[in-house]
Design a protein around this ligand. Structure first.
Ligand code: ATP
Ligand code: MG
Length: 398
């Protein structure tokens, strides 16, 4: 298996109260050496996925492998190969940055000298050398979060789980953490990052899986997610409102589409699927020839926000999401390397040149023995196939 993280059909149901199915057929494949973003609305199941994959939480069905080890059968091995940084920094406030790292090193059974050496190396890498002797309580939010990241890296994990690493940070601190994450990936660490900041996913992630209601509903590079869900737009703002109608007629002629007119902004907007640059050039020429002064003109790709809202506005089984899925596997979208719409299980999707077939049926191996721990603990769990028993259906220590 070449992927560093593989999850197939994970199911996790919290049993308190009326019970919540937090993961409901969660599939994921993360190639080595990239930042893979898990993006989704509150309660989508991102943290649950991270906790299951990092062995902090048992699961009811499905299987998962992380850094070459089976999450259910080899949790110890998984833990040796990963690090996890949660939303709240785990550093000791009273100790200095350097003391914190040495302490973590010793806790991870590094020898005294090695713990010191590694601490200094990490302080340097995260730009904390100058602050190394100050106590962590005097660190800014960004510094603290970087120290926390460093603490997770003492043992050189192959996979780093980052659950909302920049929540609550100001833009400058966020940039510092981003730079640190980029550095790690450049060194070959694979990062699974959950975030609610679309910009963060856009900045850092090579691939993004959009999670909704416990499963992955779409997957692709940030650009693929943006473009598969909507055409680029050609936008024109004219200087003189009196020429708006003339400009609209020119745009309609060139693009063979009806522009949307925004009278207040003196703007025109029209979707473009093909020949984007040529169309832009032709429009500029035609407007010039007609003596229309342009205040602004450009091609605009839909933002990740727009793609995200479109994907998660509906439950995955709803018709509209199926439409989005169909759109993603349409000939137009497929012409560019397409995003995978996991909600669609149609042959079209499977045939499209997608990145990951998130809707792929469970592999034959996934239908082996029902998990002993899960069996009997809930009707759903005992009925569903699962490979390898989760450590336990409740929490285990890290
Ligand atoms: N310990 C728990 N016991 C019961 N239900 C839980 C527990 N933890 C999470 N849930 C529920 O499981 C679902 C998924 O939660 P999870 O924390 O994984 O979502 P998330 O995508 O990380 O959300 P957020 O963006 O708010 O962090 C939610 O409905 C949540 O209420
Ligand atoms: Mg969460």
């Amino acid at each position: 298996m070449t992927s560093t993280i593989v999850a197939r059909g994970l199911r996790k149901r919290y049993r308190g109260g009326r019970g919540t199915t937090a993961l409901d057929g969660f599939d994921l494949e993360v190639p080595a050496g990239i930042v893979h973003g898990l993006l989704g609305p509150n309660g989508a199941g991102k943290t649950t996925a991270v906790r299951v994959l990092s062995t902090l939480l048992g699961f009811d069905a499905g299987r998962a492998e992380v850094a070459g080890a089976d999450v259910a059968r080899q949790p110890g091995l998984v833990r040796e190969r990963i690090a996890l940084t949660g939303q709240y920094a785990a550093v000791d406030e009273l100790l200095s940055g350097r003391q914190n790292l040495i302490l973590f090193g010793r806790l991870h059974h590094l020898g005294r000298r090695e713990a010191h050496r590694r601490a200094d190396e990490l302080l340097e890498r995260f730009g904390l050398t100058d602050a190394a002797a100050r106590s962590a309580k005097d660190y800014s939010g960004g510094m603290r979060r970087r120290l926390d990241l460093a603490a997770g890296l003492l043992r050189r994990p192959r996979v780093l789980f980052l659950d909302e690493p920049t929540t609550g940070l100001d833009p400058r601190s966020r940039n510092e953490v981003w730079a640190a994450v980029r550095g790690l990936v450049a060194d070959g660490t694979t990062v699974l990052l959950t975030t609610q900041y679309l910009e963060e996913a856009d900045q850092l992630a090579g691939l993004i899986s959009v999670v909704d209601a416990g499963r992955v509903v779409a997957e692709g590079t940030p650009d693929q997610l943006k473009s598969a869900l909507g055409a680029d737009r050609l936008e024109v703002v004219v200087r003189d409102a009196a020429r708006l109608t003339d400009a609209a007629a020119i745009l309609a002629r060139i693009t063979a589409a009806e522009p949307v007119v925004d009278i207040d902004r003196r703007g025109l907007r029209v979707p473009l699927r093909n020949n984007r640059v040529e169309t832009l050039a032709a429009t500029i020429r035609a407007l010039q020839e007609a003596g229309i002064t342009v205040a602004d003109i450009g091609l605009h790709r839909p933002t990740l926000d727009e793609a995200f809202l479109q994907l998660t506005a509906h439950h995955p089984t709803s018709p509209s999401t199926a439409e989005a899925a169909a759109a993603a596997s349409s000939p137009t979208a497929a012409a560019s390397p397409s995003l995978t719409a996991a909600a669609a299980s149609s042959p079209t999707t499977a045939a499209s040149p997608s990145l990951t077939a998130a809707a792929a049926p469970p592999s034959p191996t996934a239908s082996a023995s029902p998990s002993p721990t899960a069996a009997g603990s809930s009707p759903t769990a005992s009925a569903s196939p699962s490979v390898g028993a989760p450590v336990s259906s409740s929490e285990v220590g890290a």
